[in-house]
Design a protein around this ligand. Structure first.
Ligand SMILES: [Mg+2]
Length: 180
């Protein structure tokens, strides 16, 4: 099982990249943890839900991945500051400046296929793609038809309903793949 999340307006509630307008973490340093938690991630309660969600998916055997048009180090630093970084392996935090995203010229669907290949996943029914941009969702639907996609609308971050849908879908797919 692989769950690939967008970062901006999916994990975060705002567009951090637009908020910063710089490809460095220095501006992020000027934000207090309180501001980050409240304004960028939607507050402590939402952060707790996200942590529980990521923990739940990993406990059920999922690998988590971030495929983003934001900058890798900014995403890593933002996640570190709000204690979500440990749910993600660094190699699967793919910002627009990551070697893989450079290689695939920013096509998220192609990046997702590369991550699947890296993990030895050839059946996309065990893959979930989550993004607030319909263009990315449509590209994945067109090129990886059996992948389950979830469009986050309005683009203000995943809600508890979205998290539940992902968990339900992950459980269903897992049951199909590993019948008991
Ligand atoms: Mg986004």
């Amino acid at each position: 099982m692989l769950v690939a999340f967008d970062f901006d307006q999916t994990i975060s509630v705002v567009h951090l990249y637009h908020l910063m307008r710089k490809d460095e973490t220095t501006e992020l340093d000027s934000y207090s943890n309180e501001f980050l938690k409240r304004e960028v991630f939607g507050g402590e309660a939402r952060l707790k839900l996200l942590a529980e969600h990521f923990h739940h998916l990993i406990a059920n055997g999922a690998t988590l991945c971030i495929i983003s048009f934001g900058f890798t180090l900014v995403i890593i630093e933002a996640l570190r500051r709000v204690n979500l970084i440990d749910f993600f392996s660094r190699q699967f935090i793919l910002g627009i400046d990551s070697p893989l995203m450079q290689e695939v010229r920013g096509y998220k669907d192609v990046a997702l296929v590369a991550v699947m290949k890296h993990l030895g996943i050839d059946d996309a029914t065990s893959v979930i793609f989550v993004d607030d941009d319909v263009r990315n969702v449509e590209a994945v639907e067109a090129n990886i038809p059996s992948c389950y996609t979830l469009l986050i609308q309005p683009p203000v971050g995943m809600t508890s309903d979205h998290l539940r849908e992902i968990e339900d879908r992950a459980a269903t797919r897992r049951a199909q793949i590993q019948p008991h």
